[in-house]
Every structure is written in structure tokens, then in C-alpha cells.
Design a protein around this ligand. Structure first.
Ligand code: HXC
Length: 512
């Protein structure tokens, strides 16, 4: 083939679906695959791979439709000077549908990323399995899914959904570590038409699988982006907290925030009345390096908070209860959210800081029937498994199973401290007193007065953090204003932590 012919093929590949299809893509408020990559990658850093890969399928009009590159742009590049492997599906080419070659390009990219130890970033915009290619398309998906699993816990996988993502195609993002959805995107196993035929329910694309639903109700996606530009900016920020692979430590970002900074406002955040809520974000933001808290799953299961932050420039994973929602109770969704985040942090050498204020697991028929037992068990499993440095701050309530689950010493947290406001017990003082003094209260002339008296006594003798400190279950009771310098100093000490020796086994069987 002449050089001119090769150049022509390359030009054809760069053009994607052609001017008409590009115009349609823009009219939908979406960028093309190459425009997205231009925004994502450092200038002139992109090395494109398999640009000329061509579908073997010529049936059903494919001979005319197929385009070199096969509807996905893949390659290596840099983001803020760090190497990444990227693929961007091109909706302008046969709806970004995944044919044999399209899938092979993504699978080969994963193989290379695993060898290089660099994150894979996927920009998805696809009509799913290419109908004309039948089982060859399905095989391609299978090869991608298998790579997703191989790469899990080895290199970070971040996927942004920027258009359709339907059918079995959803499982590649679902197997990745983070999903960012733009407001123009949707994800579902079966679309509105099939839903109507199967169940009679009428629903729009957005209501069924839009970005709002998946970031708040289903929890399938972790971050909501306004548009393509916003999604790309979120990818860059997220990446800045992560190492490139599981053999590396996360990057250090120098900070102007004084590691010795004390914050006296922290002494007044927890209200006197233990039933009164307060905002846990306030504590997190005052403790970590200024403006570094980057929340994950922020709109989903808001009774728990997870996200990345920095302490004296080092990435940490933050896990916390949020007393503003359900009084900070753990439930099915918050258990899933917390457990998965812990496993991610542990895989990628990110120390975990836990702020505890939870009265326990949420009571209710829905919760019990929904399997809160097996979901709650995930938190215990994840914290017990995690060998990264783990520091716990008990801010207020740490009751019952939730005390144990939220990174207690008993699950091998390295250092556990409490604020003076901490209450650690099998259950809340009022409930406890009502059970153990049931007979006395029934006979009392003034049961309310008696309840108050016993509750006060219970608080002083049982729930005070001093009792746990006497037993060594917590290491110290610290003034809240010293939390930041305390965490930074302790974290530095724990950095040499080595995983304890585990009994040989293939793998455990985590609750699911
Ligand atoms: C082949 C496809 C395609 C597909 C879209 N196209 N999806 N071609 N296979 N899966 C083509 C269209 O025919 C059209 O070609 C072009 O892409 C643009 O699509 P439009 O329909 O014009 O775009 P739009 O109106 O924006 O609608 C987008 C869409 C719709 C909602 C995604 O195209 C659609 O419903 N596609 C089918 C989705 C689907 O059911 N996929 C299979 C899911 S099952 P022309 O030539 O007209 O421009 C699955 C199984 C995976 O993925 C299993 C893995 C385990």
C-alpha cells in the first residue's frame, strides 16, 4: 500500500463518523472522542495505538459503514505529567458500538497498562454490543470484563460515562473502581422500551438510568458531572490522589496548611445534647489539609461519608458517619459504600482515617429484609482485611455492632482515640437504662426523674471513653482542637507499617 493510501486511511480514522455525525454529536451537547482526549491529556503527550484496526464484518451494510479505528480511540498519554492508558469510544462511528476490533483495542490497552503499571481511563459513549457482529462482539466484551477483573486492585480504573451505556456493556464500568456520569449519559441493563414490554412500567431514559439516579439512588456511579469538561476535570482531580499502581505510594502534594494547626472551633462542634445533630463535613474539612477533601459517592447513602483528602500532603481515605442523616446510623447502602471504599484504599496503599458517630445499624423491616446483616458484615470484613495504616477518632456515639465495625481496635485499627464527647457502649444510655432498670422504673413514683438519674449514672460509669481507655481499647482521649496535628504525627509514625502475616488461602469469601 502506498504511503498516500496509508495517510488517507489515517485521515479517515481521525475523522471518525464524518462531519454530519460530528455535527449531531455536538448538537447533543457532547464532544467527540478526540476532543475529549485533547482536554484530558497533556499537550502532545498522546501516542495512539491500533489506529487502523478495521472491522472484519462486511454483512448488513457494514462494508460501507466500517471505519479505520473501529469506533474507539485508544493510546497512552500523560495527565499532569503522569502516564495513563486511555480509551475513548466514538459515538460518531456506528454509535460507538463495540465490535470485535473495538473490543480488542480496549483489551490490548488493558494488557499494556497492566505491564506498565499505569491507570486506565475510559471515556464511554456507546450503543453497546454491535448488533451486526453477533457473538464476536459478545466475545469482545467478555475479554474486556476479564481484564477489568485482572486489573482490579493492581491499577486504578476510572470510567466516565458520557453518553449511552446499555445492556451488558454496563458491566465493564461496574467492574472498574470509579464511575463518573455526565448529565447527558445513562446506564441501564434494559431500556425503557423493554421495561414497558416486560413490566408495563413507563419510564424515561433519565428516570431509569440517568446520572442523577445512579449517583443518588442506585449508587452505581460515584461522581456526577455537569458535562464532558466537568467529567474530565473530575478525572484529573481524582487521579491526583491515587498512585499509578498497587506497588506505589500515592503522590505527595505539598501544602501550605500548617501540620501543627490546631482548631479551637472543633471543641464546640459536638452539641451538649447527644440527640442533637451536627455536620460531620465541618469536622473533616477543619482537620484535613485545607480544601483537599474530595468526596466519593457524595449523593448516595448520605448517612455515611467517604472520600479522599490530604494530611500534610499525603493522601488519606476518610470514612465517617454523618449524624445529620438518620442520626448517623449505618444501613444497607452506607455499608456497601464504606466497605468498597475501604477495599479500594487498602489495595492502593492509602491510609484510612475514620471519624465515628453512629448509634448503630438502622432498625426497620426494609433493612432486615433487604439483608442489612450481610451488607453490614461487609464493613467488618473490609476493615479487618485492610492492612494499610488505620487511625480512628471516636467523635461521639460508638454503640453496639457499629462501634466494632467502624474501625475499632478489635478489627486491628492501629491507633484509636476518642474526643471527650465520645460515648462507647452496647447501646444508648436511655435504651440501656430502660432495659436494666425495667422493674424499678415500673414501680417508681416518678419514673422520668429516675430515668434521668440512672441515665446520668450510666453515662458516667459505662459510656464515658475513660472506660475504654482503662482497657486499652482506645489509646487516648484527645482535645478536639489537636486532632489535625495528632493525626499527622501518628500517620507519619505508621507509614512503615507492614502487613501482618496472613494464613495462606486463595481468597476469603466476602459477604455480598
Ligand atoms: C450497531 C448501532 C448500535 C448497536 C447504535 N447503532 N447502537 N449499531 N449496534 N448496538 C447505530 C445506529 O444504528 C445509528 O446508525 C448510529 O449508531 C447512531 O445511533 P442513533 O440511534 O441514531 O443514535 P441515538 O438516537 O442517539 O440513540 C442512541 C441509542 C440507540 C439510544 C444508543 O442507538 C440504541 O438504542 N441503540 C441500541 C442499543 C442497544 O440495544 N444495544 C445493545 C444492548 S445489549 P446510523 O447508520 O443510522 O447512523 C448489549 C449486550 C452487551 O450491549 C453484552 C455484553 C456482555
Amino acid at each position: 500500500m502506498s504511503w498516500t493510501a496509508i495517510e488517507k486511511l489515517k485521515e479517515r480514522a481521525r475523522l471518525g463518523g464524518g462531519p454530519e455525525a460530528i455535527k449531531k454529536q455536538h448538537a447533543k451537547g457532547k464532544l467527540t472522542a478526540r476532543e475529549r482526549l485533547d482536554l484530558l491529556l497533556d499537550e502532545d503527550s498522546f501516542i495512539e495505538l491500533s489506529m487502523l484496526a478495521l472491522s472484519r464484518c462486511t454483512e448488513f451494510g457494514m462494508a460501507e459503514k466500517r471505519v479505520p479505528g473501529d469506533g474507539v480511540v485508544v493510546g497512552l498519554g500523560e495527565i499532569n505529567g503522569r502516564k495513563v492508558a486511555v480509551y475513548a469510544q466514538d459515538f460518531t462511528v456506528i454509535g460507538g458500538s463495540v465490535g470485535e476490533m473495538h473490543a480488542m483495542k480496549i483489551a490490548q490497552l488493558y494488557d499494556l497498562a497492566l505491564k506498565l503499571g499505569i491507570p486506565v481511563i475510559g471515556l464511554n459513549d456507546s450503543g453497546g454490543a454491535r448488533i451486526q457482529e453477533g457473538v464476536n462482539s459478545l466475545k469482545g466484551y467478555g475479554e474486556i470484563f476479564y481484564r477489568n477483573v485482572l486489573a482490579s486492585g493492581v491499577i486504578p480504573q476510572i470510567v466516565s460515562i458520557m453518553g449511552p451505556c446499555a445492556g451488558g456493556a454496563v458491566y465493564s464500568p461496574a467492574l472498574a473502581d470509579f464511575i463518573i456520569m455526565t448529565k447527558k449519559s445513562f446506564m441501564f441493563i434494559t431500556g425503557p422500551r423493554v421495561v414497558k414490554a416486560a413490566t408495563g412500567e413507563e419510564v424515561t431514559f433519565e428516570e431509569l438510568g440517568g446520572a442523577d439516579i445512579h449517583t443518588s439512588v442506585s449508587g452505581v456511579a460515584h461522581l456526577l458531572a455537569e458535562d464532558d469538561e466537568d467529567a474530565i476535570s473530575l478525572i484529573k482531580t481524582l487521579l491526583s490522589y491515587l498512585p499509578s499502581n498497587n506497588m506505589e505510594d500515592p503522590p505527595i502534594e505539598p501544602t501550605e496548611d500548617d501540620p501543627e494547626r490546631e482548631d479551637y472551633e472543633l471543641d464546640n462542634i459536638v452539641p451538649q445534647d447527644p440527640r442533637e445533630p451536627y455536620d460531620m463535613y465541618e469536622i473533616i474539612n477543619r482537620v484535613v489539609d485545607r480544601d483537599t477533601f474530595f468526596e466519593i459517592h457524595g449523593n448516595f447513602a448520605k448517612n455515611a461519608i467517604v472520600g479522599f483528602a490530604r494530611l500534610n500532603g499525603r493522601t488519606v481515605g476518610i470514612v465517617a458517619n454523618q449524624p445529620l442523616i438518620y442520626a448517623g446510623c449505618l444501613d444497607i447502602n452506607s455499608s456497601d459504600k464504606i466497605a468498597r471504599f475501604i477495599l479500594f484504599c487498602d489495595s492502593f496503599n492509602i491510609p484510612i482515617i475514620t471519624f465515628v458517630d453512629t448509634p448503630g445499624f438502622l432498625p426497620g423491616i426494609d433493612q432486615e429484609h433487604g439483608g442489612v446483616i450481610r451488607h453490614g458484615a461487609k464493613i467488618i470484613y473490609a476493615y479487618s482485611l485492610a492492612t494499610v495504616p488505620k487511625i480512628t477518632v471516636i467523635v461521639r456515639k460508638a454503640y453496639g455492632g457499629a462501634y466494632i465495625a467502624m474501625s475499632s481496635k478489635h478489627l486491628r485499627a492501629d491507633v484509636v482515640v476518642a474526643w471527650p464527647t465520645a460515648e462507647i457502649a452496647v447501646m444508648g444510655p436511655e435504651a440501656a437504662v430502660e432495659i436494666i432498670y425495667k422493674r424499678e422504673l415500673a414501680k417508681a413514683e416518678n419514673p422520668q426523674e429516675m430515668l434521668l438519674k440512672f441515665t446520668k449514672e450510666y453515662r458516667e460509669k459505662i459510656t464515658t471513653p475513660a472506660v475504654a481507655a482503662f482497657r486499652g481499647y482506645i489509646d487516648d482521649i484527645i482535645p478536639p482542637h489537636t486532632t489535625r496535628p495528632f493525626l499527622i504525627k501518628t500517620l507519619e509514625m505508621l507509614l512503615t507499617k507492614r502487613p501482618y502475616i496472613k494464613l495462606p488461602k486463595k481468597h476469603g469469601i466476602p459477604p455480598m
